[in-house]
Design a protein around this ligand. Structure first.
Ligand SMILES: [Zn+2]
Length: 419
């Protein structure tokens, strides 16, 4: 297949290329050029399908660097919104590895890259989500921590996740949760790095994030909310190439759930992609009451939202790498587009925001050799857009079609396409 005439935004942050010429063979981009350069060159083999992309924009498949999957339907929604790969925070190593394998051949799921298991303190945040059947994800001592990480490696984990949070910032005046002990935290990271596993750490508070960076984590799964990031920590993120995943969308949500839902539903493209039941839920008082009870400290989040946005700018100014992850329970898939808008709100140019959601996220997963940009030799994961995302970042929502490894996974013109 060759896609001709579209404006190419390749995911690397390079300026857009008008009138591009992109050849896809065996699920990969094999030539990325311009129509002008191609003109007069050898003619194409007869079996090459020519797709006219003129008047459209082509971007790499999006890579969400922070998701949880509640259902198969969530995975389908991600595909519908152009997400072709995702870091999946998962409790059970073996189960998630199997599901990740089956995602590779599926047009109904992004390719999943588990960060698994999710370690936390006994009784800590995320301890109620169930155990891993094969290892202890609530280690109480450094020895238990090391043993669990070795087990995770044996079961096929390439990345672990650690929760380091008392949740006061969103749950006060509820009781603060037990936080993972410093020596257990250090042992988890040290053992993982010795075994060449990546380590994503959930640490929205500066003191915890700083410790995670010092100890050698490879990604911060949330932005820092409670305090302005200090120059030393920002420099450390840059020096150690630790990926910063701001998840501004969840802070927006927790600061004011009603405003966040109203903003999302204010876009007809998102509104029309939801089922009647989901819409009814998001319009019910009961929904907001659930979140008010679960996260009663919305005032703290609202008061520090500006800090979270400014911290993204500070990390960038220090030369740090920002990747895009959503952690978005309300809008799987669509959340990525809300987060892109937030990134522009935090001062990124649209082309940089797109790079964060593609190449930078792929780098954070260690898969940028084959994913994350439209370059010759990489997998043909791509999205065709009907409107210019550089003029208005919300135009990443104008999705015409989504391709995974060169195969059509979703099109707005296909009959019966799930919205
Ligand atoms: Zn999460």
């Amino acid at each position: 297949m060759v896609i001709t005439g579209s404006t190419l935004i390749d995911g690397t942050g390079a300026p857009p290329v008008p009138d591009s010429w992109i050849l896809v063979q065996d699920g990969k981009f094999t030539e990325v050029s311009t129509a002008q350069r191609r003109r007069g060159m050898m003619t194409l083999a007869r079996n090459v399908k020519v797709m006219d992309g003129s008047g459209k924009w082509i971007v790499p498949g999006f890579v969400d660097a922070h998701v949880h999957l509640d259902s198969r339907d969530d995975a389908k929604r991600m595909i519908r919104w152009g997400v072709t790969a995702a870091r999946w925070m998962a409790e059970d190593v073996e189960k998630s590895r199997k599901r990740a394998l089956s995602s590779r051949s599926s047009l109904e799921s992004p390719d999943l890259f588990p960060a698994s298991p999710i370690f936390t303190a006994p009784g800590g945040w995320w301890s109620s989500q169930g155990p891993d059947r094969r290892l202890n994800r609530f280690p109480a001592t450094p020895e238990e921590a090391r043993e669990s990480v070795r087990a995770a490696k044996r079961l096929g984990s390439a990345e672990i996740k650690i929760m380091d949070d008392d949740m006061g910032w969103c749950r006060d005046p509820m009781a603060r949760l037990p936080q993972i002990r410093p020596e257990v935290f250090a042992a988890l990271i040290a053992e993982a790095r010795d075994l060449e596993l990546r380590v994503a750490v959930h640490a929205p508070q500066l003191k915890d994030a700083r410790e995670a960076a010092r100890l050698g984590s490879t990604a911060l799964a949330h932005g820092i909310l409670d305090e302005p990031i200090d120059a030393e920590t920002a420099a450390l993120l840059q020096a150690r190439r630790i990926f910063y995943v701001p998840t501004l969308d969840i802070y927006d949500f927790l600061a004011d759930p009603r405003a966040f839902i109203a903003r999302a539903l204010g876009d007809s493209r998102i509104r029309e992609s939801l089922s009647k039941q989901t819409l009814a839920l998001y319009r019910s008082d009961a929904y907001f009451e659930t979140y008010r009870k679960r996260y009663p400290n919305s005032q703290f989040v609202a008061d520090h939202l500006k800090t979270a946005y400014e911290n993204v700018a500070k990390v960038r100014a220090a030369g740090g790498e920002v990747a895009l992850g959503t952690d978005m329970w309300a809008f799987p898939g669509a959340g990525l587009h809300l987060e892109l808008e937030d990134f522009v709100g935090a001062g990124l140019a649209p082309i940089e925001a797109i790079r964060a959601a593609t190449l930078a996220s792929a780098k954070s997963l260690g898969v940028d050799a084959e994913r994350g940009s439209i370059e010759s030799g990489k997998r043909a994961d791509f999205v065709l857009l009907e409107n210019d995302p550089l003029r208005d970042i919300r135009n990443t929502r104008s999705i015409e079609s989504v391709y995974k490894a060169g195969r059509l996974a979703w099109s707005r013109y296909r009959r019966g396409a799930p919205q």
